[in-house]
Design a protein around this ligand. Sequence first.
Ligand SMILES: Cc1cc2nc3c(=O)[nH]c(=O)nc-3n(C[C@H](O)[C@H](O)[C@H](O)COP(=O)(O)OP(=O)(O)OC[C@H]3O[C@@H](n4cnc5c(N)ncnc54)[C@H](O)[C@@H]3O)c2cc1C
Ligand code: SF4
Ligand code: SF4
Ligand code: SF4
Length: 372
Amino acid sequence: MELYAKKEECCGCGACADLCPAEAISMVRDTEGFFYPRIDSQACMDCGQCEKVCPVKNHGAECRERLYFGVQARDQYVREASSSGGMFPVLAADILRRNGVVYGAAWNERMEVVHREVRDMEELETVKKTKYVQSDLSGIYRRIREALKKDRWVLFCGTPCQAQALRLFLRKSYEKLITVDLVCYGAPSPGIWSDYVKYLERKHHGTMTDFSFRDKRNRDNGHARSYRIGDQEYAGSLYGDGYCQMYFTDFTVRPSCHQCEYCTTDRDSDFTIGDFWGIENVRPDLDDGMGTSMVIVHTERGRRIWETVKEALSWFPCGRTDVLQPRLTHPTRMSKGRRVFMTLYKVLPFSLFLTLFTKMTPVISLLRRGGK
Ligand SMILES: Cc1cc2nc3c(=O)[nH]c(=O)nc-3n(C[C@H](O)[C@H](O)[C@H](O)COP(=O)(O)OP(=O)(O)OC[C@H]3O[C@@H](n4cnc5c(N)ncnc54)[C@H](O)[C@@H]3O)c2cc1C
Ligand code: SF4
Ligand code: SF4
Ligand code: SF4
């Protein structure tokens, strides 16, 4: 049995592996550094459950009235320590006050991105901020089901395909489950990220302990990046960073993301959150460079939570067209030179590959001609 015929048909959510009653599915890394499910045909019982949980095969949202907002956390520390306007930490704090649990993406000890469970405000720090690396959800779907069965409040935040995979995994709606999905540019390769971490560690002779893709030190809505190796901090422009250049030129995006069905405002999560692109046009008075979130409230449950959290936010209502940005209308296009890029990644030592990539910007621009 095969779960996908082409790589574009698997987003790597890992829900099939977590669900399989025979534990016949393992997630295996391919040569581009992405994880895909592999079925052990000896162990498989042919029950078909793995196909029912797949968010690539099972998408589509209910038609309903939605609310649109621009928001900024009132607490300046909360806003500074998040990527956009701080909507996620405000929602998460509300769930923790209800003695609930929060699931979000964190760095592990090897600087890989994994979803983890958070039970208090101290742990919440670990899941704040955008990590531009596909996160690993192994075991998380099962843990969320256990928490819900114990009647706990649960907040899950992740990409829209992960949030949909969770809903499919659970099979029924839980009143105490809040799903929050992100506006999503695409999932970058975890393998390329790990090679980049090793490269920086060799360069600076130490162990990396933190990396921020959205550092707000310049009050420019988080367009700096910074990282810590040993007791030194290194900071610079997001656009001057080799790894980020590869991502923003679309070479390291997962194949499925170029055909993503979730690049729309119509979703089934309770909330969608992202950067409020164009805030300088919609509300120039609020654009202070410290980030504004756009929020879509999709469900009745989401509206009830919104009423409890809005006191912690400066917010304004707006229309659908105000929050629109490319990733809410169509997926990121595949770069024309992606095949060449991935072939070079496979055959060259990573440091040479990275140097070539960063020095050859004009050639790369030529390869990418074709637009977004
Ligand atoms: C890969 C990726 C691409 C994105 N693309 C866009 C985009 O094109 N346009 C846009 O407006 N916004 C995009 N975002 C979302 C944006 O960067 C912020 O994460 C979002 O606005 C929330 O910010 P915040 O201030 O509310 O909270 P923050 O404190 O920044 O919270 C971030 C939340 O995102 C989750 N998260 C972080 N990294 C990952 C990850 N790798 N996988 C799954 N969940 C993760 C964390 O668990 C946390 O819940 C993207 C995020 C990611 C991870
Ligand atoms: S068909 Fe059933 S047993 Fe086989 S891999 Fe899928 S979920 Fe597992
Ligand atoms: S459930 Fe997720 S990991 Fe499994 S085949 Fe579908 S997209 Fe891929
Ligand atoms: S672009 Fe789509 S398929 Fe890719 S990670 Fe985001 S939601 Fe999933």
